[in-house]
Design a protein. Structure first.
Length: 406
């Protein structure tokens, strides 16, 4: 039965964009469209895949948007500001008093526009917290903790959190940083972890895997995905340098972002024989690529806990591979690794310890760890997450003042 209010999803990333955020927002929007009218304000141009169109699917409204590369900070900032402004005016046209608007923290200015538009139109609003700004920029060294910009952003966050009806976290470690803001209360926070997009099942290591054929090493260490400001590419390269004389261990790297550009610069200068790069892997080849490595690395900088969660983590577990996570032990992914015996957690900045963990992994019982990884991935289920999102949205539709009534 259709609700009187509709749901508006505002996201810069949406299919046909191939990013993880786009896939997540599309999954949520399509699930919500099963029971409600859903309108998506999308910043990703192009034709939608067939699975995203037709009856019972969201109505997608394209918002003019030009995405600059992550390294072009000024152009990217201007482009994102224009996108946010256009989205704000689109929301002012679309939203009605009974509606709910759902958004995500990319770009970081978007949640401010969504919260303001919802408040002005008397609608309810919810934010999926993938990254917490300005905390993530402070962690990356781009802002100083006491700078005017940082203080201004924190003040704006307090107002935004006060206006929002719900904040969805994808990591348990996010609650502490969120509650440091005066506008945030615990009853607004909902924990809904992300999920594996691949079916959880052990994938065997095979010599005919297309990504392993050219490698003679017995043990392959993989790195995949977007490496942004929160990641530390240099610790991976330094670990490879420390292990360059161990012929059985090889590093296979594929991804994008400023971190990968840095890795390519380092490799161009050092030309390590135990490091190989692969072009960005398309979705159709992702399963084979993830199955090609014995071990996967997720390299964060220090102070990541509570401000960022690696979405790729769940697919690594789904294919039955252990991980080495570079982060503080209280980070969400680190908690999952330790609680379930899924690999190793390494102190940020310690390439020597990362190298030691890789050596240990090359001698570990791979079969037992693969079984635990798949079992853990099964708990991060798409259906469970979708039902949680649907339940939250239904509650927001029924209760105009959710935060006060809960």
């Amino acid at each position: 039965m259709q609700s009187q209010g509709k749901i508006v999803v505002a996201s810069q990333h949406y299919p046909p964009d191939p990013s993880t955020t786009a896939a997540i927002m599309a999954e949520i929007a399509c699930r919500l469209a099963e029971n409600h009218e859903v309108v998506v304000l999308s910043g990703s141009p192009g034709a939608l895949p067939d699975s995203q169109t037709g009856p019972g699917r969201p109505r997608v409204v394209a918002i003019k948007n030009r995405m600059a590369g992550k390294a072009a900070l000024v152009r990217r900032g201007v482009s994102e500001l224009l996108f946010v402004a256009r989205t704000f005016f689109a929301l002012m046209r679309e939203l009605r008093r009974a509606d709910v608007v759902l958004t995500v923290t990319a770009p970081f200015m978007l949640p401010y526009a969504v919260a303001a538009a919802a408040r002005l139109k008397g609608a309810r609003s919810a934010l999926i917290m993938h990254d917490l700004f300005p905390d993530v920029l402070v962690m990356a060294g781009l802002l100083k903790p006491g700078s005017i910009v940082t203080r201004a952003m924190r003040a704006a966050n307090s107002l935004m959190f006060r206006a929002l009806n719900a904040v969805i976290t994808i990591g348990r470690d996010a609650e502490g940083p969120l509650l440091s803001y005066s506008g945030m209360t615990r009853n607004k926070i909902r924990f809904i972890p992300n999920w594996a997009t691949l079916v959880p099942a052990p994938r065997p290591l095979t010599s005919d895997n297309p990504f392993r054929r050219a490698l003679s090493a017995r043990f392959v260490v993989g790195l995949s995905g977007n490496l942004g400001f929160t990641h530390d590419p240099e610790i991976v390269f330094e670990a490879a340098r420390l292990l360059k004389d161990e012929a059985d261990i090889h590093f296979l790297l594929s991804g994008w972002g400023i971190g990968f550009e840095r890795l390519k610069q380092l490799q161009a200068a050092a030309n390590l024989s135990n490091v190989s790069f692969v072009a960005r892997v398309e979705d159709a080849e992702l399963e084979a690529f993830l199955a090609s490595a014995n071990l996967w690395i997720i390299p964060y900088r220090k102070d990541v806990a509570g401000v960022s969660v690696p979405s790729r983590f769940y697919n690594l577990l789904a294919v039955g591979r252990p991980v080495v996570l570079v982060s503080e032990p209280e980070a969400e992914a680190a908690l999952t690794v330790v609680e379930n015996g899924l690999g190793w957690v390494v102190t940020p900045g310690r390439a020597d310890r990362l190298a030691e963990a890789i050596r240990a992994a090359s001698r570990a019982d791979a079969a037992a760890m693969a079984e635990r990884a798949v079992k853990a991935a099964s708990r991060f289920d798409r259906t469970v997450a979708m039902n949680a999102y649907a339940g939250l949205i239904d509650e927001l539709l029924r209760n105009p003042e959710l935060a006060e009534q809960r």
